[in-house]
Design a protein around this ligand. Sequence first.
Ligand code: NA7
Length: 533
Amino acid sequence: MPAPDFDAIIIGAGMSGLYQLIRLRQLGLKARVFETGSGVGGTWYWNRYPGARFDSESYSYGFSFDKELLQEWSWSEHFAPQPETERYLNFVADKYDLRRDIQFHSRVTAAAWDEASLTWTVTLEGGAQHSARFLITAIGALSAPTLPNYPGMESFQGRAFHTAHWPKEPISFEGKRVAVIGTGATGVQTIQEVAKTAGHLTVFQRTPNWCAPLHNRKITPEEQAEIKASYDEIFRRCDETFSCFLHTPDPRATFEVSQAEREAFWEKLYNSPGFGIWVGNFRDMLTDRAANAEMSAFVANKIRQRVKDPKVAEMLIPKNHGFGTRRVPLETRYYEVYNQPNVELVDTRATPITEVTPTGLKTTEREFAFDIIIYATGFDALTGAFDRIDFRGTEGRTLKEAWAGGARSFVGMMVPGFPNMFMLLGPHTALGNIPRSIEYNVDWVSRLLGHMQAAAKQRAEAGEEGTTAWMAHVMDCAVGLLSMEVDSWMTGVNRNVAGKQQRVIARYTGSAPAYREWCEGIAKEGYREVALA
Ligand code: NA7
């Protein structure tokens, strides 16, 4: 039997693909990365829309695996913008000479397991095929962009972009009539940037989100020195917190403290940088209905204070979900944008968009003329990137078939029936501050591969029993969370995608430390629940 072309194929050259490549080289494995784009960076390569930046503190987001890299790279802002992150990931690719094992402009369309040769054969768009012992998906959790299905979208004569397919050349909004459709984390970042220069900006909002101030600023030289001296502490803290951010819930319950104390605490959070207001709030804010309602009322008042027109303010205040039950977009003068004379807000629940025309779009009420339409309409989250590739496991069974009743995974990293396939950001892995999960998952997979090398094993497959146990745990974690009562990508809903209209338990909602503990238990017992042969 001919040897496979590579020991391992990695799909995707984002953060997970890059780090996995480094780890595979350390194991002496010959790996090839296939990447659709022309450069490295994944999320930070594709999402180059105006205003794109971190909501995690920069120094908690970068790679932590190499102390030298940590000292060499200096983040310029507490929450770095996309161009800087893309530069950082290029710096990483250069530092470790990764490009020689990355093939760009190569979209993987299919991957099939062959039991006789114990290999995966990967097919690229265009038909080229490559084989490998191991297949590692580094395809992201939010990487399959979705567009609305309005009639006439192709007919638009101006320029139209999805935020995740933003062109590389600069786009000027100066004097232009611009539409932004969508007000999730991406839409909010885009809107506040485009509003600075657009001749006229119309925001089409279907569901308002609870946004909170980011409070970004430049990192001073003193802070830089301090950050570089405390990386051990920074990453230790990320390891300890629920979702790997620097913020951690307050041990108090909302109604344990007086109203004055509560308000003072929320005021402090509202004036502090980052996700503290979401993941560093009172411990019951995301589980206790009354607590959540109080917090929501606090933020609603902030919106009323910041938006001059009371009617517009009410349109911007979410009515169908409480604070933090969907992803909280962090913003910089977002609400003030609606005080500008060049900005208009349209509620597409009251007046839905009916069609896109050559010159703009129509709602049930009006016709609008635009030069540029920006679709900030999100992603087919968590499973969308998997659905775009025709994965075939044992006996030719497709991943789509295996997941027809909902995605099922073993600790988010393996799937029964798909031997030697590892997912770095599969459904049901810990998310949160994502690079922290990536580093853990890459290390876990690499340790398993090292174990297989040492034990002369060729084949690893997740067992049914372990998968059932993990999925039961995933279901248990979701009990009692207010977020489970709300439509969002976090509950698997995307109205633009067939079959994604109903809420499901789409992701692991337990803590990252608990996730790692579960995975460590498996590793410590010689990868129990993984059949090694
Ligand atoms: P999101 O959070 O899924 O937001 C998508 C937005 O687009 C949201 O406001 C949607 O409204 C809106 N949308 C989608 N389709 C339509 C149609 N057909 N008509 C009107 N409005 C529409 O995606 P993001 O890119 O902002 O963020 C995704 C994650 O990436 C984010 O959480 C970060 O962690 C990174 P809806 O709420 O569905 O009514």
